[in-house]
Structures are given as structure tokens and as C-alpha cells.
Design a protein around this ligand. Structure first.
Ligand code: NAD
Length: 358
């Protein structure tokens, strides 16, 4: 039976980059025997415009019924003044929590062809291959109570709550240990156990889980040190596991090691292997509509979808190889362009990768 994919292009550059991912999927369907049925839907600002909500119940139901969701990006300045419950980003958080997507896998891999596009010295980043496993449905982004309250003295006070239960830590820990088992067998758990009780518990649970994975070497690092080490000597890391907010920040930091935020895919998985796949960048309103966005992060998200939700690792490899071939050919979007290379737009990059599939 065909696997069902729900495609949600979203806002800003979302539709431009998604169009390229759809070209790749169409080619895999036509020439490589990929058996999928693609449905389309709205999320984010475009959904608010159409239905008055960034994520309708119907879209969430369709997402739940799909084997995988492929998402572009959401957000834009025109929706910033809306109440927080109606903002595009709420649609994304609604999908993550509504599908129970607790594990976010964010690889930061440097294609050797792009070593000179990184802001770090080539010898520091060449060969870089890190997997950041970020907890996605708990922590301070979801903890209650939260809000802004008025104190007795009339001053306003903002507050959020960092909260993790043992079971939440354990399930993300197991994903991280299993991921490390399939890679270099080294796992670094990142916390702030010296000042936050919640992450003291995080460290305790990770340490006790390590007994179940004797082949994986577990280390711990405080988040401030981890941020420093990521730019000082990033190749020391294999797999990193951390909380929702620390992972949000560290994975953006890691993305820049690879040359551009436009290069990186992500997978968000739930307990039954259903996943949502998206590039790690946002809707890039500053370049939307100009036809210059890099579609590679979205195309590599398709590869992750094939690997983690559709059971097609061979086709995932074809996509990764096609991206490498096109980079070898010297094609570069503006964000990864260097003077000796050929600058191309979003469409030309998408078409070249589709053609390079073989
Ligand atoms: P952003 O990731 O959209 O952009 C940051 C910078 O990177 C910009 O200069 C942008 O032009 C560039 N960039 C991003 N993707 C690119 C690509 N594919 N090719 C070339 N350059 C690219 O982050 P931001 O500017 O902080 O946020 C813009 C909007 O996106 C906001 O509304 C924010 O809330 C939203 N956002 C959405 C997501 C998501 O949908 N997952 C993630 C982050 C931010």
C-alpha cells in the first residue's frame, strides 16, 4: 500500500523550497519505484489567512493519518502582532505536540565541497558529522505555569517553567543512545546541572540509562561549555542529547559550522516512528519571493523521511549522493556561494539535484 505524505509548505520561502523537494519526490516516484501518495495542506500564516487558525483540527487529523509530514517553514513579520495563540509558530508547536514528536534529530554534516563556506577554519570543520538529538515536546517551551503577571508593587514579571519528568528524559535518552549505537558510539549529554535541579535529574537519568548501552561512551557537558566547544573543536562530538531550549540554540550554532542554515534537514519522531521532516531554518522573510533560497535543507529532509519513516534508506542515499554531485559540479545558491563557483537560484538547484539522481 502507498505510504501517505502530508506536504505543508507554510510561509515565506516555504513554498519555493518545497517545490524543489516535490520535484525530487516526483522523480523518485517515476523512475525509482517509490510508492507514495502526496496530500497538500496549509499551516502557519497561510492557514491563519485561510481559516483564522495557524493549525486547524482538520490539518492535525490529516497529519495524524499520514505516515510522514514534510514541512517547509512558518512565520512572517505580518503576523507578529497577532495574539501568541494565533501566530504561525503556534501551528508548528501544535503539530509537534499533537503528533507527540518528542525526538528531534538534527544532523550537522559538512559537505567537503563547502569547507570554505564555513565561517570557521577549514581544518576545524572539515569532516564534521554531528547528530544533535533535541527533546522537543517538553521543557521550558511547554512548562506550566507561564505568563506575565503583575506584582504587588505594580511591576510586571515574566515567568516560564523548566520541567522534565524521568520518563520524558528516559525516552529521549534511549533515542540518543540508539542513535549513537548506529554511529560513532559516543554520546555527550548537555545540561546545566550545576544550577538547574531539573537538569540535575536529567544527568542522573542519562547516567543510569548508560548501563543499558555498554557499547556507548557517555559524557556530560554543561551547556555553556558545549556552546564554546562547538566552535572551538566541533569534531570532538558524535551524538549530543539535550533539552528543548538548549537543543534549539546549540543546533543553530552547529548549523553555521556547515556553511549555511539552508543546508540542514531535521527529523522529529514520535514513539511509533511517525515523523515530521523539515529544514532547520525559518521562513526567511528577507529573501522570500526572490528565488534565491537554498532548497538543500528541504531536499535532505526528504532523504531523512525516506530513511526514518518510509523504510527506503537506499533512496535516501541516492538523494545525499545527488546533492554531493551537484556541489561537485560547482553549483551554489547565494548563501553558500564563493567567487569561484556558479551562482544558481532555488529552481535551478532543485532541478540539478533532481537530474543528478541518476
Ligand atoms: P530564518 O531561519 O528564517 O532566517 C535566518 C537567516 O538565514 C536569514 O538571513 C535568512 O535569509 C537565512 N536563511 C534561512 N533559510 C535560508 C535558506 N534556505 N537559504 C538561504 N538563506 C536562508 O530565521 P529568522 O529570520 O529568525 O525567522 C524568520 C521567521 O521564521 C520568523 O517568523 C520565525 O518565527 C520563523 N521561524 C520558523 C521556523 C520553522 O518554521 N521551523 C524556525 C525558525 C524561525
Amino acid at each position: 500500500m502507498s505510504k501517505k505524505i502530508l506536504v505543508l509548505p507554510g510561509d515565506g520561502i516555504g513554498p519555493e523550497i518545497m517545490a524543489q523537494a516535490l520535484k525530487v519526490l516526483a522523480r523518485l516516484q517515476r523512475d525509482f519505484g517509490l510508492d507514495i501518495a502526496i496530500e497538500h495542506g496549509l499551516v502557519g500564516g497561510v492557514s491563519y489567512e485561510a481559516y483564522g487558525s495557524p493549525l486547524t483540527d482538520e490539518t492535525l487529523l490529516r497529519a495524524r493519518a499520514a505516515d510522514a509530514v514534510l514541512l517547509g517553514a512558518v512565520g512572517g513579520t505580518q503576523w507578529e502582532a497577532l495574539d501568541i495563540s494565533l501566530r504561525p509558530e503556534k501551528g508548528l508547536l501544535g503539530l509537534r505536540s499533537g503528533l507527540g514528536l518528542f525526538a528531534n534529530l538534527r544532523p550537522a554534516v559538512l559537505y567537503p565541497q563547502l569547507a570554505s563556506a564555513s565561517t570557521l577554519k577549514p581544518e576545524v570543520v572539515s569532516g564534521l558529522d554531528i547528530m544533535i538529538v533535541r527533546e522537543l515536546t517538553g521543557g521550558i517551551y511547554f512548562g506550566q505555569p507561564r505568563g506575565v503577571r503583575r506584582l504587588a508593587n505594580g511591576e510586571r514579571q515574566g515567568f516560564n517553567t523548566l520541567v522534565y519528568s524521568e520518563s520524558e528524559i528516559e525516552r529521549i535518552g534511549r533515542v540518543a543512545f540508539e542513535t549513537a549505537q548506529k554511529r560513532g558510539k559516543r554520546l555527550c549529554s548537555v545540561d546545566k546541572a550545576n544550577v538547574l535541579e531539573c537538569t540535575e535529574l536529567w544527568r542522573e537519568v542519562m547516567t543510569s540509562l548508560a548501563h543499558d548501552y555498554p557499547d556507548v561512551a557517555l559524557t556530560h557537558m554543561y551547556v555553556d561549555n558545549a556552546a564554546m566547544q562547538l566552535v572551538r573543536a566541533p569534531k570532538q562530538f558524535d551524538v549530543m542529547v539535550t533539552t528543548n531550549m538548549f537543543g534549539d540554540i546549540l543546533s543553530d550554532c552547529a548549523s553555521m559550522l556547515t556553511g549555511s542554515i539552508g543546508m540542514l534537514p531535521s527529523a522529529s519522531l514520535n514513539a511509533s516512528g511517525q515523523g515530521m521532516y523539515e529544514p532547520i531554518h525559518g521562513s526567511a522573510p528577507d529573501i522570500a519571493g526572490k528565488g534565491i533560497a537554498n532548497p538543500i535543507g528541504t531536499i535532505l529532509s526528504v532523504a531523512m523521511m525516506l530513511k526514518y519513516s518510509l523504510g527506503e534508506p537506499r533512496l535516501a542515499g541516492c538523494i545525499e549522493q545527488a546533492v554531493s554531485t551537484v556541489l561537485d559540479q560547482g553549483l551554489r545558491t547565494a548563501d553558500i556561494h564563493t567567487p569561484d563557483m556558479r551562482r544558481v537560484g532555488t529552481e535551478e538547484m532543485g532541478e540539478a539535484i533532481t537530474a543528478a539522481l541518476g
